[in-house]
Design a protein around this ligand. Sequence first.
Ligand SMILES: NC(=O)c1ccc[n+]([C@@H]2O[C@H](COP(=O)([O-])OP(=O)(O)OC[C@H]3O[C@@H](n4cnc5c(N)ncnc54)[C@H](O)[C@@H]3O)[C@@H](O)[C@H]2O)c1
Length: 406
Amino acid sequence: MVFSGCCGVGRVFGGPGRSGPGWGRVWVVWGGGCFTAGSGGFYVGGVRTVCVSLGERSYEIRVGSGLLARLGEWCRDLGVSRRCAVITDERVAGHYLGRVMGSLEGAGLEPVAVTVPAGEGSKRWQVVHRCHDALAAARLERRSLVVALGGGVVGDLAGFVAATYLRGVPFVQVPTTLLAQVDSSVGGKVGINLGAGKNLVGAFYQPRLVVADLDTLGTLPEREYRAGLAEVIKYGAIADGSFFGRLEGVMGGLLSRDAGVLEEVVARCCEIKAQVVSEDEVEGGRREILNFGHTIGHAWEAVAGYGRWLHGEAIAVGQVLEAELSCRVVGLAREVRDRLEGLLERAGLPTRVRWTGRRVERLLGAMRLDKKVRDGRIRFVLLRGLGCAEWGHVVEEGLVREVLGS
Ligand SMILES: NC(=O)c1ccc[n+]([C@@H]2O[C@H](COP(=O)([O-])OP(=O)(O)OC[C@H]3O[C@@H](n4cnc5c(N)ncnc54)[C@H](O)[C@@H]3O)[C@@H](O)[C@H]2O)c1
């Protein structure tokens, strides 16, 4: 069965899950195409704000410059205990830990810092145990806050630690990579890896607040930054054709990390993810569209050897190939596929890899382990048009083999 993300006409959703400044002003209408409204949130107290509407688990994403200075006051306003913990990695700590600790202390909180090694290797049990021990040693209690300061690795790890310590303590995401700001910090997927594969242990556990300070992107290495752009472009491809066009227009500003462009783009990406998550929190349906490019991308990450390709680089190639599948299976216009490839190239991302026959078979093998596989059949998210994705497409393996080898 195939499911269309191309929306109920005139459906209205979003809206307030609780009272507070700004809540109640985020109604978004889907039109006959895809998202028709959406300028990337609204301003509350001068800060660009996007809401994730999940009833009593609703929360805000605040996007802008200079936000670390206000983090302490915002955390305090969540009504948490004074004692709290900041989990971060060694590299991020060198840049931002002092500022975050100062902001929390300035608001009357008593933070302890827990620093883990940088990189994917920290998403494992031993590190979770060490974090739990550190929280217990600092006598954190049920209302104590965990702040995740870092990229997707720290967010996934710290979120999982928060979800499991004392059966769940509140946590706040402070994402410092582009990928984490537009993707991993929003939506509540937290977890760690096993030897058998990535993200095999985890939970859906929503943060209480996400604070995306764009200034932190200033120290992000170029390759990491460009990898984040793959997810940015994906949002346009799957959910908003006019946003995709906008990205084509502002790619220069994005590459130079222009603050105004970044604020608009990061907020719009968060808004799209927030809308999808609000509708399907635990990925029982529509949330699957966020996996566009990931069936092939994840397989390539595994076959190439984890760490050799950044996630964003692998899903850039995956998006182009899954767009090619879309042309052949659901009649996506070739011009759309070419625009997607062109924009990814302009972002400095790889879009093609020459794979030998053996590599293609290994890729197919890796895809059969994909979490979207049902009854052994590989399922894809395909584009019917720009901004219009469908999930649950079973594509005949011979065709997949042909596209991978093309
Ligand atoms: N939970 C989700 O929904 C979700 C979605 C997508 C990806 N993820 C996960 O996210 C992880 C990848 O995240 P990532 O790409 O952010 O990688 P990362 O967290 O490993 O960060 C990349 C590198 O950049 C460094 N860094 C981070 N911020 C920096 C800054 N501002 N300045 C300088 N250096 C900085 C880090 O120390 C690290 O070395 C993966 O584990 C993936 O599974 C989760």
